[in-house]
Ligand binder design. Structure first.
Ligand code: SAH
Length: 805
């Protein structure tokens, strides 16, 4: 009985085929195995890079033809040369034991890892898989192409004085050239430098109907190799891989489980991912498929992008224009403790908001988990804004996040931010440099590994003690005493000015100053805690003239704004401009009602002689109705228009309507007195207004002429969760509560709870006018201030005046 074994003619092919024939012959001494050498296209074309020659099956086609024609019974290949799909009628047998699966670097340098290759080293390899992995691990390495058998390549390395070539360990071992005095052999770990699928395994290809050869091979099969081959080949097959695209796989066999590592990328190498999956050996094939799909999705799915952005050091105005742009369109916003929470209001309503910082009782998310989260969201195709306090790279661990995104192939950009080091100091009135005194500055972490006074410090105090520039310590309040002591001990003048700045550029900013001898005690007495900046240097003295922020008239005042979210921005802005802390606690929400009734009035608008708008909402909702009815401002014709309040007047102006009459005071009595002389019994008045409005105006005007009221909106309680200010009220931290209507008073008390009226009365109530004040008194709130005029500006002016008393 004679079995013809086909092989390519290269030395390696012949050696490994002979090896297999020997194993077979030993297991089956009665059978005569004969080697038949067949040349393939891949052997004939030696001068072009493999991926330029053409198709899959470069090293297999002629052997397969011989199998199909019956010229040979089995064909032996390196498994890594096998295309993922075999021709009809051919199959692979179970494999025998695997040779070393790894890739190795051969190099003339005496090194033991890829990392040790010199900067800018020249390494030759033809494989896309190897190229992209080297590029990832060592972007500085220059890569050049190479072809030819093992000997040729080693020779080229020596002749061309290359710094290295990458080859499969298996081939080198089989021909006895794994180690050599002429070069160093550096093995590249399989899970870091993923080998070609099934590298080191010999493929035995036969006709599907050849039962006899199948059995011969079954006798020498190896279980673990079979599992590895199943997993790795199934990965390759699912990806339909060829030598044109970077593909690698390695299956690690553990005790009970297997871990499959897969590498996959685009043909041009612009996107490459390495991922892994773990499961039981029985699922090998399935795991290969799953991992392939995962890698494919990661590479081809429209990937998102992650912006590593600085959110500035506290004042919301210190967010960059670019970060705001991304904030407004991001799918996901990931932020931490030092970021101003107000930004979250500006994210898309359907954006996913993820807080990863520390909160009372809650641990911050671990950095690795944050990195993984960013990678995951990016891979899901999301536009991610990673918002960090200050600048992302100033003790912000932004670098680590960027590196992990790079490793995962997720595109990212960095948007620098205003760091507390510079911006926070500025808000404290401290310029980080000044021509008068310093010519440098130094930013140092005060988060010391050892807090003991035993000299085992992780900062170079002798050097720091001699610095002439401004020194800013971050994360240092806990170690303030030690920092000052070390600086003095190491030569710094004990009189050197020091400032500690708590929550710079926020309404809670506090600044204490002293010198190296005194500051610890001062800061301790003042109970200054983190987050704070410690500033050491002459520039601290400049604060006397340069402080501007904590000098603003409403600085340090906490003011609750109870208007609806949509309406509050004007008041919030005015308060913030004056340095106050506007705390938004919306109590009401406006919802349109009776739309059909309103539309009906709009249809017969020309029947009226007068119209009265009592609020911005009234104007907006009436115009919505006009739009619905296909009309515009012309529908008003000669109608006499009354507007109550500056805001209402402006809302009309924006729609190109000028109010004919605006009462001086914004109360019903004033309106009736002013409007009555303009009406006669032929007049007809329309008042589109809130359901909650007073009956008074309608009653009085009806005495003169017909008046139609249409209730176009309703003010309901805002029950959407916002932080409840009760705690701050109880701690007597709220200075003012502003009420802009009786409804806001009612719902504020409802929401806080009538039983907490004493807590509410620890703050000064500011009412917009007599009606609102009346409601306050009814509910037990002491009205301290009433606006004059009855407007938002009036409220703000009244607070300003009161605060300066
Ligand atoms: N990336 C940030 C710094 C992060 S380290 C930046 O560029 O500002 C955290 C430390 O920064 C805090 O412990 C504190 O020392 C400092 N810090 C950040 N914001 C601050 C602020 N508004 N006021 C005072 N210190 C601040």
């Amino acid at each position: 009985m004679k079995i013809k074994v086909g092989t390519r003619g290269s030395m390696l092919a012949r050696t490994q085929s002979q090896w297999l024939i020997d194993v077979l012959a030993k297991a089956h001494p009665q059978i005569n195995f004969e080697m038949v050498i067949i040349k393939t296209k891949g052997d004939l074309v030696q001068d072009k890079p493999l991926d330029k020659i053409g198709d899959k099956g470069l090293f297999t086609k002629e052997l397969e033809d011989a199998l199909l024609s019956g010229e040979i019974h089995m064909a032996i290949h390196s498994m890594k040369d096998m295309p993922s799909k075999l021709p009809e009628g051919l199959v692979l047998t179970v494999p025998t034991i695997r040779e070393d699966p790894r890739d190795v670097l051969l190099t003339p340098h005496h090194i033991s890892s890829l990392e040790e290759l010199p900067e800018g080293a020249v390494v030759a390899t033809g494989s896309k898989r190897r190229i992209c992995q080297i590029k990832k691990l060592r972007p500085d390495i220059e890569l050049i192409g190479i072809r030819g058998n093992i000997d040729t390549r080693i020779r080229k390395m020596q002749e061309q004085k290359l710094d290295g070539i990458v080859l499969a360990a298996a081939g080198l071992k089989r021909i006895g050239r794994f180690e050599d005095s002429a070069y160093q052999t550096v093995s590249l770990p399989e899970n870091m430098f993923v080998p070609a699928p099934a590298q080191g395994i010999l493929a035995v290809e036969i006709r599907a109907d050849n039962q006899q050869v199948k059995e011969l091979m079954a006798a020498i099969s190896d279980k673990n190799t079979r599992i590895q081959m199943q997993a790795e080949r199934s990965f390759l097959e699912t990806l339909n891989g060829s030598c044109h695209i970077p593909v690698g796989a390695f299956c690690e066999i553990k005790d009970q489980t297997i871990v499959l590592y897969g590498l996959y990328g685009l043909e041009d190498g612009s996107r490459v991912v390495t991922q892994s999956i773990e499961g039981s050996p029985e699922e090998a094939e399935n795991l290969g498929k799953q991992l392939a799909k995962k890698c494919y999705a990661a590479v081809h799915q429209q990937t998102g992008k992650v912006y590593l952005a600085g959110g500035g050091c506290g004042d919301p105005g210190l967010l960059t224009v670019k970060a705001r742009e991304i904030l407004e369109k991001a799918d996901v916003v990931v932020y931490d403790a030092l970021v101003n929470e107000r930004f979250i209001n500006d994210a898309r309503a359907d954006a996913e908001i993820i807080y990863v910082g520390k909160r009372a009782g809650n641990h911050a998310m671990r950095q690795e988990d944050i990195n993984a989260l960013l990678v995951k969201k990016g891979q899901e195709g999301k536009l991610v804004l990673r918002l960090k306090g200050g600048d992302p790279y100033v003790f912000g661990r932004g670098g680590e996040e960027g590196e992990d995104l790079y490793d995962a192939g997720v595109p990212f950009e960095v948007i620098p931010g205003i760091t507390s080091v510079i911006g926070g100091l500025a808000y404290a009135g401290i310029p980080i440099t000044h021509r008068d005194c310093v010519s440098s500055f130094h930013v140092i972490t005060g988060h010391l590994k050892s807090n003991a006074y035993d000299g085992s410090s992780d900062l170079d105090w002798p050097v720091l003690g001699k610095l002439k520039g401004t020194i800013v310590f971050l994360m240092g309040v806990k170690n303030l005493e030690k920092i000052c002591a070390e600086l003095v001990k190491n030569g710094m003048n004990p009189d050197m000015p020091v400032a500690v700045v708590h929550r710079a550029s926020t309404p809670y900013q506090r600044v204490v100053t002293g010198n190296l001898k005194t500051i610890y005690e001062i800061a301790t007495n003042e109970k200054i805690t983190a987050p704070s900046l410690i500033v050491v240097g002459e520039v601290v003295n400049k604060r006397q003239k340069l402080r501007f922020f904590d000098q603003k008239p409403l600085f340090g005042k906490n003011i609750i704004v109870t208007r609806s979210r949509e309406q509050s921005s004007q008041m919030v802005e005015k308060i913030n401009e004056l340095g106050g802390n506007a705390i938004e606690f919306p109590t009401i929400r406006i919802i349109p009602i009776n739309e059909a009734a309103c539309d009906q009035k709009v249809d017969v608008l020309s029947d009226y002689s007068h119209i009265i708008f009592t609020s911005i909402n009234g104007v907006e909702i009436f115009f919505d109705s006009l739009t619905r009815c296909g009309k515009d401002a012309r529908a008003f014709g000669k109608l006499h228009i009354t507007a109550i309040g500056e805001g209402t007047k402006k809302a009309l102006q924006q729609r190109c309507l000028r109010a004919d009459f605006v009462p001086d005071k914004y109360v019903g009595e004033e309106l009736v007195n002013g409007l009555a002389p303009l009406l006669n019994k032929n007049s007809r008045v329309l008042i589109p207004r809130s359901k909650n409005a007073r009956i008074y105006v309608v009653e009085e005007l009806s005495k003169i002429c017909p008046v139609d009221e249409v209730q176009t909106y309703e003010t309901v309680r805002e029950d959407h969760a916002t932080e409840n200010p009760l705690e701050m009220l109880e701690a007597q931290k709220i200075d003012y509560i502003t009420f802009t209507s009786s409804t806001t008073v009612q719902f504020f008390v409802d929401k806080i709870g009538a039983e907490h009226i004493d807590a509410i009365n620890t703050a000064k109530a500011v009412s917009i006018g007599p009606q609102t004040s009346k409601k306050c008194r009814e509910l037990g709130i002491n009205v301290n201030i009433e606006a004059e005029p009855y407007t938002i500006q009036g409220i703000v002016d009244a607070i300003l005046k009161d605060s300066q008393k």
